[in-house]
Design a protein around this ligand. Structure first.
Ligand SMILES: NC(=O)c1ccc[n+]([C@@H]2O[C@H](COP(=O)([O-])OP(=O)(O)OC[C@H]3O[C@@H](n4cnc5c(N)ncnc54)[C@H](O)[C@@H]3O)[C@@H](O)[C@H]2O)c1
Length: 270
């Protein structure tokens, strides 16, 4: 597959998305920094001589329009990275919570579903037909280790990230033979605002209120692993290799794994 001349990165204004934009630009791509946060998208685009686009990726018409507009004004999209994602946390009664958290419960589930899953569906629907015509293209969907294991304390996040992994599997199975390279990214903790660490703080500790397991990667380190492994044609990209062991333990004995997660949850509550 050819080089990446044009890439779109959703959620490119902050965190992992911003680091992906920087890495892809360094590799010579013209990068479209697409984010709901217009100011941060412009800041990143200016820094990397890219293009900023303000977009809410949960709006299908906006995603379709973005793909159309980028293809005509910037060029054929070689790589589309659906990276934008949200997590709100359960309320105090756990997975069934109808109270607490950062938004009303229905909004939390709806926004998580639309941003973490449907936005990836909308992007694929818009861009894959064009890639099929060209006989090549790359899709990277950023899910989470929570999409393979589980995020204690956020049922909506865990559920929607599982759906993201499932959808991306379908893309890889359906379009791989037609020359489309598809990857799903399943990180554990990465130092971004999502886990309470501000961009440019230089910190790689103290996220998840200090409950991070297995260490926190910088966004730059995560971006390098993601791009390198996607270019190698890998489907499953694990920025934290221990996740591979956890998946094997889970699938090897699911009930034992649930028991281990209960124990882990108890330890977090102590
Ligand atoms: N940080 C972690 O520990 C971690 C771990 C696993 C997976 N992830 C995933 O990585 C991806 C990037 O997250 P991050 O950690 O860089 O977080 P972040 O909060 O720093 O960045 C998320 C970006 O997405 C943008 N965004 C949010 N909703 C949007 C919308 N509707 N339309 C367009 N843009 C929107 C935000 O403005 C922000 O720029 C997410 O999908 C997240 O679930 C993060």
């Amino acid at each position: 597959m050819g080089r990446i001349d044009v890439a779109v990165v959703t959620g490119g204004g902050h965190g992992i998305g911003r680091a992906l934009c920087r890495r892809l630009a360094k590799d010579g791509a013209k990068v479209v920094v697409a984010d709901i946060d217009s100011e941060s998208a412009h800041t990143v685009a200016t820094e990397i001589a890219g293009v900023a686009r303000q977009i809410d990726v949960s709006d299908e018409a906006a995603v379709t329009a973005l793909v159309d507009e980028v293809e005509s004004s910037v060029g054929p999209i070689d790589l589309f990275v659906s990276n934008a994602g949200v997590g709100f946390g359960d309320g105090k009664s756990g997975a069934i919570s109808a109270e607490g958290g950062m938004n009303p419960i229905d909004d939390r589930w709806t926004i998580s579903w639309n941003v973490n899953v449907m936005a990836q569906v909308y992007a694929a629907r818009a861009v894959i037909p064009r890639m099929l015509q060209r006989g090549e293209g790359r899709i990277i969907n950023v899910a989470s280790a929570a999409g393979l294991l589980s995020q204690i304390g956020d049922a909506a996040y865990s559920t929607t990230k599982h759906a993201s992994v499932g959808f991306t599997e379908s893309l890889a199975i359906d379009y791989g033979d037609a020359g489309i390279s598809v990857s799903v990214v399943c990180p554990q903790a990465v130092a971004t605002r999502m886990i309470g660490i501000e961009d440019d703080s230089g910190k790689t500790e103290g996220g998840f209120r200090g409950n991070d397991v297995d260490g926190i990667l910088s966004a730059e380190a995560a971006a390098d692993i993601i791009v390198d492994q996607a270019l190698e044609g890998r489907f499953l990209i694990l920025t934290h290799p221990t996740v591979s062991t956890y998946i094997q333990r889970k699938t090897g004995d699911y009930d034992r794994w649930i028991g281990g997660m209960r124990k882990f949850r108890r330890s977090l509550l102590e």
